[in-house]
Design a protein around this ligand. Structure first.
Ligand code: HGY
Ligand code: MN
Ligand code: MN
Length: 423
């Protein structure tokens, strides 16, 4: 006999409505979102999420990193909960689905259980992890990293944005420092649904990515110091141009990634030029390098090449160079039992599926350190993400959430003594 609800599907229209409603908060300038972490827009999004969860019969807990745990009580409180987590914060020119799909899909799972009158033995907690993006405050996945014991809370609180505001100060300002110490909360397992943010699933016309691994990452912040001087009257041989160094090292990053292809990637996404005046040779440039690869020793080799060859470039120009690692996580292998439940879900619903390695980092990569974790991916249009044109289809969102429902019900165990109602 199949588990009650085993073939139940979620309400795709209701999920899509929730996504469109949340997208109205922190709008971008081209149809996407700018709901950066710990801003007023983030606070507004958190409040809407809380309202929806409470309407669905859930209770909201906040920990000391502002992580939000919306709990749907199970019938056996002695059992640790199953979490469904992702993030509501976005990039400054982000899309409507990166992270948000995973959180609102978790809400839709609970709304569907309510429709069916189903209860699970294990409680289910839908989680919004603070500062997954790492764009306003580096590094990415900051609060899930504190929860997993990778970062101390004091270090996390001290992280500053471009205006010198701190994570701790901004959490306080929006009123999201909860009493619960971050990391104390127990969990049995976690599932995260996320858009692929790459081209594979759409190109192969596959509905579901069964994420077996996530690639590792190194974020290196480079500071080059030269000498400000007049762009017109300073003879070329006398220049100590930090901008030239940044340009050559940016090109070196690309060369190193190609050298370790086909899986290595590398880019410079953030760069501050000082004093950033049209007619002053830059005296200082600070920029961040993002290196990624599925194997840790390749990431290490890329970093070593950057340090060695970058130092030679700096020396040729007469610059001082400082390289600081401001974010890193090892490649992850997700839990095989949880991964198999994702695959079973895709097969149960007849969705096409394939194993995939996540190119992007996710909160699941850290939570995988403290509990069995797996991810589900859905395609995104042209593989585009971290761009306001990011787009998915309602069918992709629905398929991914149906698989999430299945995997969570299998893991949280439906309490068959509770009389289900026909939806
Ligand atoms: O950078 C990442 O991979 C994620 O989008 N924060
Ligand atoms: Mn994300
Ligand atoms: Mn992202």
């Amino acid at each position: 006999m199949t588990t009650p609800g085993a073939n139940q599907k979620i309400n795709g229209d209701r999920l899509w409505d929730a996504l469109m409603e949340m997208a109205k908060i922190g709008p971008g300038i081209r149809g996407g979102n700018n709901r950066q972490t710990l801003t007023d827009a983030d606070k507004e999004g958190r409040e809407l999420f809380t309202k929806w969860c409470e309407e669905a019969g859930m209770t909201m807990a906040i920990d000391s990193m502002g992580n939000m745990f919306a709990r749907f009580e199970g019938t056996d409180p002695s059992l640790d909960p199953v979490m469904i987590g992702s993030h509501l914060d976005t990039q400054p020119t982000g899309g409507k689905y990166d992270g948000v799909l995973g959180v609102l899909a978790g809400l839709e799972v609970i709304r569907t259980l309510n429709d069916m009158g189903l209860k699970t033995k294990r409680s289910i907690e839908v989680v919004n992890w603070t500062n997954e993006e790492g764009t306003r405050f580096a590094p990415a996945m900051l609060a899930s990293g504190v929860f997993a014991g990778v970062h101390t809370q004091d270090w996390a609180y001290s992280r500053t944005d471009a205006e010198g505001k701190t994570v701790g100060g901004e959490l306080e300002r929006i009123g999201y420092i909860g009493d619960e110490p971050c990391g104390k909360r127990k969990l049995h397992a976690m599932f995260e649904l996320h858009i692929e943010q790459g081209p594979i699933l759409e190109r192969e016309n596959v509905d579901i990515g069964v994420v077996t691994h996530g690639q590792g990452l190194n974020w290196l912040q480079v500071t080059l110091v030269g000498k400000e001087s007049h762009t017109g009257s300073t003879p070329m041989p006398m220049r100590v141009n930090a901008g030239l160094g940044a340009a050559r090292i940016t090109n070196l990053v690309n060369d190193i990634a190609l050298r370790y292809g086909p899986h290595a990637v590398g880019a410079v996404g953030h760069m501050d030029v000082y004093p950033n005046s049209r007619n002053i040779i830059p005296g200082k440039v600070v920029f961040t390098i993002d290196f990624r690869h599925p194997e840790k020793d390749v990431i290490t080799a890329m970093e070593q090449a950057l340090r060695f060859e970058g130092a030679k470039i700096a020396e040729e120009i007469g610059l001082s160079m400082d390289v600081e690692c401001v974010g890193a996580f090892d490649p992850v292998k997700f839990d095989e039992t949880c991964v198999s439940r994702v695959r079973d879900g895709a097969e149960r619903f007849g969705y096409s599926h394939r194993n995939i390695v996540s190119g992007a980092g996710h909160d699941a990569c850290w939570i995988n350190r403290v509990a069995p974790t797996a991810m589900i991916m859905c395609p995104c249009v042209d593989g585009l993400s971290h761009n306001e044109d990011e787009d998915i289809t309602p069918a992709w969102a629905e398929a991914g959430t149906n698989v999430l429902l299945h995997a969570v019900l299998e893991t949280a165990e439906v309490d068959q003594s509770v009389e289900a109602v026909s939806a």
